[in-house]
Design a protein around this ligand. Structure first.
Ligand SMILES: [Zn+2]
Length: 235
């Protein structure tokens, strides 16, 4: 049994980023042979045999190889799993930004608020999160189009959106503020980690120079922060 599939979702060598025909050959359950990359002659994706915790540590360490494994070899653009992951990731991304706005706004809700005013408050917060995420993603996509010279190919833009959203997994640390009382600086620390993770993911998925990816991601994050400040004044 072959480890991978056709050219439309062809996997890549995590070392050099080249397309490879397959990642492994499975002879029987638990008995696989990892394939080598024809270009660099190294094993195409050794992470296939690694525990998830090792992959997660390498992602946190911002290793390009771990991001290639996650973005190219674990997620397939034309699979049902991809659509499910994209939809749920987008919802989680917006929810976490809404939670961040609420946190920065000092909790937003008062225990004496009526149900109606609580719903109205959360509707405003969710709308705010949606607006800042749309502006952020617009900057990323415009940067990809005009700075990285992307051709009009919807699949490539979907790759970029997924890469940015998936690489923002560090936002999940915001949920710890629900359990432990945390200073506002937690938000800034998480933002810095998300920014650096987005830069690595954009570099991997576009295979562009790091300088351009830093510029695009920094600009998009600055736009998001400005929108966030503006929204906090309206709430
Ligand atoms: Zn290679």
């Amino acid at each position: 049994m072959e480890g991978q599939n056709d050219a439309s979702s062809a996997p890549r060598c995590i070392g050099c980023g080249s397309l490879v025909r397959m990642l492994y050959v499975q002879y029987s359950p638990g008995n696989i042979r990892l394939m080598k990359c024809e270009k660099c002659k190294a094993v195409a994706d050794p992470y296939i045999e690694c525990e998830f915790m090792i992959i997660l540590i390498d992602l946190i360490l911002h290793k390009v190889e771990a991001y290639r494994h996650l973005l190219f070899n674990m997620l397939y653009l034309d699979s049902d799993a991809y659509k499910g992951i994209l939809q749920s990731s987008v919802l989680a991304y917006i929810f976490l930004d809404a939670y961040k706005i609420s946190f920065l706004n000092g909790g937003a809700l008062d225990s004496s608020d009526s149900l109606l005013s609580a719903i109205w408050c959360w509707a405003k917060i969710l709308t705010g999160a949606l607006v800042e995420d749309l502006v952020f993603m617009l900057f990323i996509l415009m940067g990809s189009k005009f700075v990285l010279n992307f051709s009009y190919n919807i699949e490539r833009y979907r790759e970029v959106i997924l890469a940015i959203i998936i690489s923002s997994y560090l936002k999940l640390f915001l949920l710890s503020t629900m359990v432990w009382e945390s200073p506002l600086s937690v938000i800034h620390i998480v933002n810095i980690f998300v920014l650096s993770s987005n830069i690595v993911a954009l570099r991997v998925v576009t295979q562009s120079q790091i300088g351009w990816c830093v510029g695009i991601c920094c600009l998009a994050h600055v736009a998001k922060i400005l929108i966030n400040h503006w929204l906090l004044q309206l709430l």
